[in-house]
Design a protein around this ligand. Structure first.
Ligand SMILES: Nc1ncnc2c1ncn2[C@@H]1O[C@H](COP(=O)(O)OP(=O)(O)OP(=O)(O)O)[C@@H](O)[C@H]1O
Length: 307
């Protein structure tokens, strides 16, 4: 079996005060992937990452990074992961080069092994190497944070909400660098609220909601679930049983005259769905549609997992 980049088993966290942020979470991040951890605000993503970082103590379960259990081998586990937090944290009076040197020193990276200029170059910060960090733009600061997380050349890089408040151009640059790192063999985990963002980058996506893992699928399979769209159709007479048609993914009678039809928008459009209703002899009185977004994917998945 190939070893996991990150393996989490039955991980739970209840904060003092009683809030359960993680509830029996088990999943594996395979080595070499770009792995998306999705979930709405407050789902428990940061808690999970902070446990991996050694900043939050778990209540139950185990976690290992690059084969190192975080309790049994905390130093090796920490050396195997670089984490870019949501907050930008560095001393504004140091230059980017100094910032990286200091971070490398904290990790015990020998001077000869430091990659300060290489990292700055990779993050397009070479010409700012000796400027005060406080003179950097917001985007440059964020890139510096990524470089800082990589000073000890960890095999796993975690980006927690890397694009919150980041403009599109910078986002593209950041993703290009993430892909570059991944091409070089770095396993990347990124958390985001945005399915679309994860969709573009990730090989695999896990979804966490209310502290529970509700999906862990190859991106393509998960995105398929987001292709579902629903139309609610009111017809002109009472119907005893919902009509069927090949273009319906699912049809439910939700009132005497109201049908909820799920279809895949990559396969049919609403017009065809309505035509199928008309074809079954029913007159359409009213229609409303609903786009499947991440929220719906959550709902579908939670419904599915509740049986
Ligand atoms: N130190 C803490 N003490 C008590 N409750 C906490 C603490 N940190 C987080 N929580 C709660 O735990 C839950 C999960 O929070 P967490 O920050 O892990 O979510 P998240 O998915 O990272 O959300 P966001 O995307 O907003 O950062 C939330 O209800 C949050 O209020």
């Amino acid at each position: 079996m190939t070893e996991a980049a990150i393996a989490i088993e039955h991980l739970s966290k209840t904060y003092a005060g009683g809030k359960q942020a993680l509830d029996d979470v088990t999943f594996v991040v395979p080595r070499g992937q770009i792995f998306g951890l999705l979930g709405p605000n407050g789902a428990g993503k940061s808690t999970l990452i902070n446990i991996l970082a050694g900043l939050v103590n778990k209540t139950a379960g185990t976690a290992s990074i690059w084969g190192f259990d975080i309790d049994a081998h905390p130093r090796n586990a920490k050396a195997s992961i670089g984490i870019v937090n949501q907050e930008i944290t560095f001393d504004p009076f140091f230059s980017p080069a100094e910032t990286l040197d200091i971070a490398a020193g904290l990790y015990g990276v020998k001077k000869a092994d430091r990659r300060t200029m290489e990292l700055l170059r990779a993050m397009a910060l070479e010409d700012k190497a000796h400027a005060y960090a406080r003179t950097l733009s917001g985007g440059m600061k964020r890139r510096l944070m990524v470089a800082k997380a990589m000073v000890h050349s960890p095999p796993v890089l975690v980006l927690d909400e890397p694009t919150a408040g980041v403009d599109i151009e910078l986002r593209q640059q950041l993703w290009a660098y993430v892909r570059h790192l991944n091409d070089q063999g770095v396993t990347v985990v990124l958390t985001t609220h945005y399915l679309e963002e994860a969709e573009q980058l990730c090989d695999r996506i896990a979804i966490i909601n209310h502290g529970r893992l509700i999906a862990n699928e190859p991106t393509r399979a998960l995105v398929g679930m987001a292709q579902e769209k629903q139309v609610i159709v009111t017809v002109d007479r009472d119907v005893a049983a919902a009509p069927s048609a090949a273009c319906f993914q699912k049809i439910e009678l939700i009132g005497d005259r109201v049908l909820a039809i799920t279809y895949r928008k990559d396969q049919v459009n609403a017009g065809e769905v309505l035509a199928a209703i008309a074809g079954s002899g029913l007159g359409v009185v009213d229609v409303s549609t609903k786009e499947a977004d991440l929220e719906d994917v959550f709902l579908n998945l939670t419904r599915a997992s509740n049986g």
